[in-house]
Design a protein around this ligand. Sequence first.
Ligand code: SF4
Ligand code: SF4
Length: 75
Amino acid sequence: MPLAPQRADVPVTIDGSKCIDGCTLCVDMCPLDSLAIDPASGKAFMHVDECWYCGPCAARCPTGAVTVNMPYLLR
Ligand code: SF4
Ligand code: SF4
């Protein structure tokens, strides 16, 4: 079954095909608790649409599944 396309307009997107079951590193790293593990899929996702674009979630993911979609105005 194909995965539903991920919304591109959220600050952080997670590639579920790369996210490792049982890992919670990005969730643990986020100072805003914006990320969570979906109990149904076991994959991380952005459950609160709030982000400082600080980056540790992406930096610590062992598989590179996390993408921080930095707004152009902040670059
Ligand atoms: S750090 Fe990476 S592998 Fe671990 S829960 Fe987050 S997205 Fe999944
Ligand atoms: S960039 Fe920072 S605030 Fe945004 S989800 Fe990652 S750790 Fe949380």
